[in-house]
Design a protein around this ligand. Structure first.
Ligand code: PGA
Length: 245
């Protein structure tokens, strides 16, 4: 695992976008795993700029999103589907047929979960998976206690995640209690992973994930074993690390 510490969120976002750009240039039909939340927004802004100013071409890229709230339709303004279009897809030339986001309104959940895994396999597996981390150490929505060998599944959100995400909703009660997420093992199988974290409320999760034991209580900790993981932190998120890498 390689850890890069950047001065600011802007520097972190630029570095992440540069890594994604290079991967697309190397493999134009890159299978790109994407994430939502506040953290990747700066990276998406920079990718949009690269598309506009540097002709970064997304036309053959195939995307798979990590997760979606169960019960929110694609056009709900807090759905991750809506987020992805408003923060990235509406501004780049990705072929909409190549976009995959879990369907929060699926009627046949079990079938959907299997299909999602199958589509990832058929695309040849994820080449590069972008990740955030929850203040409870989750990746995707894989909350503490989720088995490390889990595949795409339904999960119940923890109180801390509901609290963290309530800032996007009118009231805490409006935050959905369940979500569909790629499993820990599904994420681990990506050929390369790129985890971003900025701001102080992540500092504790960062120390546990990088310096603590590998445990299902901090699902991000599985990445310690991943052969090609880059972690990009800003100074504040890195502030509790005992060792600078
Ligand atoms: P955030 O969420 O980027 O909004 O902090 C990260 C996550 O929960 O994975």
């Amino acid at each position: 695992m390689k850890t890069l510490i950047k001065k600011t969120y802007e520097d972190l976002s630029k570095e992440a976008a540069k890594i994604i750009k290079e991967a697309i240039q190397e493999k134009p039909n890159l299978v790109l795993g994407l994430a939502t939340g506040s953290t990747p927004i700066g990276t998406y802004k920079e990718l949009i700029r690269m598309h506009r100013e540097e002709n970064l071409d997304f036309s053959q890229v195939i995307s798979f999103n990590l997760d979606e709230y169960l019960g929110l339709s694609a056009d709900h303004h807090q759905s991750y589907n809506y987020f992805m279009y408003k923060n990235l897809f509406d501004y780049i030339n990705i072929n909409h047929k190549n976009i995959h986001i879990p369907d929060g309104m699926t009627e046949n959940v079990e079938e959907f979960l299997k299909e999602y895994e199958k589509k990832i396999r058929e695309a040849g597996g994820i080449d590069l998976q972008l990740l955030g981390i929850g203040s409870d150490g989750h990746i995707g929505f894989n909350e503490p206690g989720t088995p490390l060998n889990s595949r795409t599944q339904i999960v119940k959100l923890t109180e801390s995640t509901i609290k963290d995400n309530s800032r996007f909703f009118e009231k805490e009660e409006d935050v959905p209690r369940f979500a569909i997420t790629m499993g820990v093992q599904t994420i681990f199988e990506a050929k390369k992973t790129l985890l971003l974290a900025s701001s102080g409320n992540k500092a504790e999760a960062i120390v546990k994930f990088i310096e603590g034991p590998i445990t299902s209580q901090i699902t991000a900790s599985i990445l310690q074993k991943h052969p090609d993981t880059i972690v990009i932190l800003d100074e504040v998120a890195a502030s509790r690390l005992k060792r600078r890498y």
